[in-house]
Design a protein around this ligand. Structure first.
Ligand code: SUG
Length: 448
């Protein structure tokens, strides 16, 4: 049976703004307080989805969340009508209002970890929503993420959903941003590669000194257990703590893998040789031929990688067996990175083509092409069981661009977040969206 890697891209929500909320994420910090353009952000994301669909890849869409999150503000003690809650938070605790307005759910690589059915004990596709425990504004995503994923992948015969791990830093889990799967074919058993930033319980592992390590070893291990992965089908590796301290807040900022290929920076991991040997041996047992492409620091520095997001690219397998890299415009703007990419594609290796996308609105918050997508490997039967409303088609693209044009503002600054009208605009837009995507009631305002 044919199998596919389906990319579900996060649709940027109407409150997209630059809140400076993510310590350790260089772009988020350096663009703090700039005004944003939510309409442009959403259209940039949709243009990428449409382009991939037109190239023949399976493409889906993941809905944004209700923001401002009034219920989260109520849990922090703000009371009264919805408008009063917003007004009081704006007056007394603006940073909390900003956090409750973040459109950060757009970076769906952090929504969940997904294991395809070929890897799991019960033969179902498993999802664990990420607790995103490291940042308050992201920790409020998972309840709605779970409802949205449940509405997209509803058939329990094929799909199993797990709640987010316990909401403490020891189980800090950032989902697929630190998870890659290697396989010979999407429908065959593969090797799931979990990269962690620190261990919460074992002091022998080093930890970064400056910025937080968001993913713990213990969280990754718990996800592997929940999904019923076999010990033989899993490899764990530690991210180099010094790159976290240089702004590599997720592994997907310094490495990307797909099929039998890992594309990574020389400084990405600790004990790289041991890790590569393990990947080779385990993928070999699944009939695969593991291959790695190391980008030397002499050609591209970690700083270049963080600024250009070279590794936050989508590495896509084409029908002829060659690979395509989807990179953000910022790669073309960096001379060393662009030169490297030219030499990579002309060397006759596996990666033959690079396609560049303008995702500047998301990039300014540290979200590149790979952050914007959640990969779900599905066989034909499973794909047919996905809610068809979320699969990208030319008509759906048309409907969604019209929906964005109708509901989104083209400028948003911090002061605008205090406008109670923004909440009404978002709810109106999302209510319509759930009908377009046929999701049913998934948002707090639709349920309570
Ligand atoms: O969690 N930025 C996100 C970016 C996530 C990128 N995802 C992956 N690499 N997979 C984060 O740091 C910034 C929001 C702000 O500052 O307004 C933010 O949340």
């Amino acid at each position: 049976m044919k199998s596919y890697e389906v990319n579900f891209d996060g649709l940027v929500g109407p409150t997209h703004n630059y809140g400076g909320l993510s310590y350790g994420n260089v772009a988020s910090q350096s663009n703090s307080q700039q005004s944003s353009n939510p309409k442009e952000a959403a259209l940039q994301g949709l243009a990428k989805m449409k382009a991939l669909m037109e190239m023949g890849f399976q493409q889906g869409v993941l809905a944004p969340q209700e923001r401002p999150d009034v219920a989260a503000l109520r849990r922090l003690g703000f009371a009264g009508s919805d408008a009063q809650v917003i007004e009081r938070a704006a007056k007394d605790a603006m940073p909390l209002l900003v956090a409750s307005c973040s459109a950060s759910s757009m970076w769906v690589a952090n929504a969940a970890t997904v294991s395809p059915s070929a890897d799991t004990r019960d033969g179902r596709v498993h999802f664990t929503a990420a607790n995103l425990n490291c940042k308050y504004h992201r920790s409020i995503e998972h309840p709605t993420t779970s409802r949205v994923l449940g509405a997209m992948f509803a058939d329990q015969k094929h799909f199993a959903h797990h709640a987010a791990l316990p909401a403490v830093a020891q189980f800090g889990d950032e989902g697929a941003a630190n998870h890659t799967r290697f396989c010979r074919d999407y429908g065959q058993a593969g090797v799931e590669f979990f990269v962690f930033g620190r261990s919460a319980f074992d002091t022998r592992y080093p930890a970064p000194q400056k910025y937080p390590a968001r993913q713990t070893l213990e969280a990754s291990q718990a996800v592997a257990r929940l999904h019923g992965l076999s010990d033989d089908g899993v490899v764990y590796a530690q991210q180099n703590p010094s790159v976290i301290d240089q702004g590599v807040f997720h592994n997907d900022v310094i490495a990307v893998g797909n099929g039998e290929v890992l594309f990574y920076h020389e400084d990405a991991f600790l004990e790289t040789d041991k890790m590569l040997a393990e990947l080779q041996a385990r993928l070999g047992k699944c009939g695969g031929n593991f291959q790695s492409i190391c980008v030397p620091r002499a050609q591209v520095t970690v700083e270049d990688a963080v600024r250009s997001y070279l590794f936050n690219s989508q590495l896509l397998s084409r029908a002829d067996g060659s690979m395509l890299l989807i990179v953000p415009e910022e790669c073309r703007g960096n001379e060393r990175v662009w030169q490297y990419l030219q030499s990579l594609t002309s060397s006759g290796g596996l990666i033959r083509e690079v396609k560049v996308f303008d995702l500047k609105q998301s990039m300014q918050n540290g979200g590149g092409p790979a952050c914007l997508r959640l990969r779900v490997a599905l066989n034909q039967t499973e794909l047919a069981a996905v809610n068809p409303g979320v699969i990208m088609t030319a008509p759906l693209y048309g409907t969604l661009t019209q929906w964005v044009d109708k509901h989104y503002r083209d400028r948003l600054s911090e002061n605008d977040l205090a406008d109670p009208q923004l909440l009404l605009e978002c709810r109106t837009a999302l209510d319509e969206l759930t009908q377009i995507l046929k999701l049913g009631a998934v948002y707090p305002f639709q349920i309570n």
